[in-house]
Write a protein that binds this ligand. Structure first.
Ligand code: GLU
Length: 665
């Protein structure tokens, strides 16, 4: 590993005076310089312009300083922050769902770290400041682009079912119905907790692509956990919703609730010494320390505790053992790359996520239509208003894509895809046939899967929670990582300062339907099917190879991730929206049902009376769509290659529906 670097300097300011001092340090520490060909050969970054935001008065403001204009200053969670402009950088860039996490990633990049280094630091901070969405007790998928090798690899850190899990693990305590159901629910019991994969995945990726020592990457989160930060609007709202469930677990209650059971509120100074101690162990002993020794024992004890909750109600234990932890494997997988319009190569996450297959399937259907002819109207900072035909075609393509995804995709280490690889479902001739099923004048309502033998029985799973991290480093390497504890606050089990996931509820709890096995049923060691879709897009060379990186994106949102990512890709690639506009644009799309989503939280949509006065909603209804204007909670983070003042730049966007920001130089 290359160790040439500057030491990391982090400023977790606690007071305005300290913050001012930190700002001064940043300003004085300038090392100057900028470049005209920065995307190719970066000079050292100018620290005065790096990892800070500009206030309305044009001042540089350190994130987390508490000074006016600080994006980390807590505000109540709001539905949509309108009129966000794109961020530009020449050297490197990071977009995450939390300002303190973006800051940690940016400072790693500034110190010479790689995209993977930054992702490690970001994940450790997210587990502290956004515990409702992701953390070391969860799992993640990471797509990595190695610019020197021109190679994309998919890293799989998905949780696994324990070796002792039977196919009834989620629905019954024993192996028959009369044994009772997991208490207080499958999700809130030990049964939902999969063996966490994020840490081993980050360790694997860091071994391949790290430049800074692993131990340094723990430091920003350790410092923040010790010194504290102010609880953000989204974290406060999540704690408020989860308070009764968190109260059942003494460790969760001690961490996130007052003694009387009230959740810690917006703006409260939150410290997490137990998390700092856990990360200190990982810093000293490496990622493997998570899977053996004290940390692993603490995890297994927490999952397996046969106990009454603090309120006297039962909590059904899970069957995870130390051997499950010790034998957990993160995997390198070939990225799933397909062409789009013979102009782009779109690389996504292969199974066990269904995200890459479904996004590629939708795009492969859509390239048979001239989407550029149906752009949004009135394009502004929020992306404008999608056209009726644009939404119609895209949601119809998604119905077809979801139909195949639902019928055929699960963990391919257990359930092969039709034809033995994703090539069959994504064959261009096949997708052209699928495209011919779309009627421009009428919604199909529900699509049938393609005919590849008997489809697997489908049992829908519930998903919500998760975070997207998108990074480009100064060497042009990129990371798109979607990371998750599954639902908000995971399984509500806390150990050693972190939340344990409920990812196993992404399995189908019912293993057979009409005698046919469900592809996504629980099996020992299996990974539950995901919808996460971290995506990297490249220009296609004239020879059909992988050209320069064009775009990196991804989103949380459970099953709707596929819709959010497809929207962002079409907006950027077909409609020419910049990274922020594509991210901000109305979230729309459909799973395989008659309902088409049109995100009513967006200022371009008139959601009153179910969209009765909204031209897009009414236009879709006239084509036979059932339209939902429920607010969408995407968390898209996008970085795209662009031009500014004749120079190449990275253009960044953070989802206005969450708290994130883009930082860079
Ligand atoms: N657990 C879900 C999945 O892996 C993600 C949940 C979410 O995005 O909220 O697809």
């Amino acid at each position: 590993m290359d160790t040439v670097r500057r030491p990391l300097a982090f400023f977790p300011p606690r007071s305005v005076a300290q913050a001012a001092a930190a700002t001064a340090i940043l300003l004085l520490a300038s090392c100057g310089g900028s470049s005209d060909n920065a995307l190719d050969t970066p000079p050292p970054p100018d620290r005065t312009q790096t990892c800070v935001v500009q206030s309305d008065g044009g001042q540089s403001v350190v994130v987390g300083s508490g000074l006016p204009g600080d994006p980390a200053a807590p505000e109540p969670a709001s539905g949509y922050r309108p009129n966000r402009a794109a961020t530009y950088a020449h050297q490197f860039m990071v977009s995450t769902a939390n300002p303190l996490a973006s800051k940690a990633g940016c400072e790693v990049l500034q110190a010479g770290g790689s995209a993977v280094d930054a992702a490690v630091a970001v994940q450790m901070v997210l587990g502290l400041v956004e515990p409702q969405s992701s953390g070391i007790g969860g799992g993640a998928f990471m797509l990595h682009y190695d610019a020197a090798q021109r190679k994309v690899v998919a890293y799989d850190g998905r949780e696994t079912a324990p070796a002792a899990a039977t196919e009834n693990y989620l629905r019954w305590i024993g192996d028959s119905a009369d044994s009772g159901t997991p208490q207080p629910s499958a999700r809130a019991s030990g049964r939902s907790i999969g063996t966490p994969g994020a840490v081993r995945m980050l360790g694997l990726a860091h071994g391949d692509h790290g430049r800074l020592p692993w131990r340094e990457l723990m430091q920003p989160a350790i410092t923040l956990a010790q010194q504290g930060f102010q609880i953000s609007g989204r974290m406060a709202a999540a704690l408020e919703r989860a308070a009764p469930a968190l109260a059942r677990d003494p460790d969760a209650a001690a961490l996130y609730l007052h003694a009387d059971g009230r959740p810690l509120p917006l703006g409260a100074l939150f410290k997490n010494p137990a998390y700092a101690a856990t990360l200190s162990t990982l810093a000293a002993q490496g990622a493997d320390a998570f899977y053996t020794g004290d940390i692993a024992q603490g995890i297994v004890r927490k999952i397996g505790l046969d106990r009454s909750a603090t309120d006297g109600s039962a909590i059904t234990p899970g069957l995870t053992t130390l051997a499950d932890l010790a034998s957990y494997q993160a995997k390198r997988r070939p990225a799933l790359c397909t062409t789009y319009r013979m102009r782009y190569m779109v690389c996504g996450m292969p199974p066990p996520s269904s995200g890459g297959v479904a996004v590629a399937s939708a795009l492969g259907i859509l390239e048979n239509f001239d989407l550029a002819a149906h752009p949004p109207t009135g394009i502004d900072l929020n992306g404008g208003k999608p056209s009726v035909m644009g939404v119609h075609l895209i949601s119809e393509a998604q119905r077809l894509a979801y139909a195949d995804r639902d019928a055929y995709v699960a963990d391919t280490d257990f359930v092969p895809l039709p034809g033995g690889s994703w090539q069959t479902l994504l064959d261009k001739h096949y997708l052209k046939q699928r495209a011919s099923l779309i009627d421009p004048g009428r919604s199909m309502g529900r699509a049938r899967p393609g005919d590849f033998g008997p489809p697997q029985a489908v049992v829908p799973t519930q998903e919500a929670g998760t975070s997207q991290v998108t990074i480009v480093d100064s060497r042009g390497n990129a990371v798109s990582m979607t990371t998750t504890v599954e639902a908000s606050m995971g399984s509500y089990h806390v150990t050693q300062g972190f939340v344990l996931n409920n990812q196993l509820t992404d399995f189908a709890a019912v293993p057979h339907v009409n005698g046919a096995p469900v592809a996504n049923r629980v099996q020992p060691g299996k990974r539950p099917r995901s919808s996460m879709a971290p995506t990297l897009v490249f220009d296609l060379t004239p020879e059909g190879g992988m050209g320069p990186l064009r775009l990196a994106t991804g989103s949380p949102g459970g099953g709707t991730i596929i819709q959010y990512v497809t929207k962002t890709l079409v907006a950027a690639l077909d409609w020419g929206l910049d990274a922020q506009q594509a991210t901000s644009l109305v979230d729309f799309g459909a799973a395989n049902s008659p309902t088409t989503n049109v995100g009513g939280e967006h200022p371009a949509i008139d959601a009153a009376n179910g969209g009765a006065n909204d031209a897009l909603v009414q236009g879709l209804k006239a084509l036979g769509h059932t339209v939902s204007v429920n607010a969408q909670s995407s968390g898209i983070a996008t970085i795209a290659r662009g031009q500014r003042d004749g120079r190449p730049v990275w253009v960044g966007g953070a989802d206005p529906r969450r708290e994130g920001i883009v930082l860079g130089h």
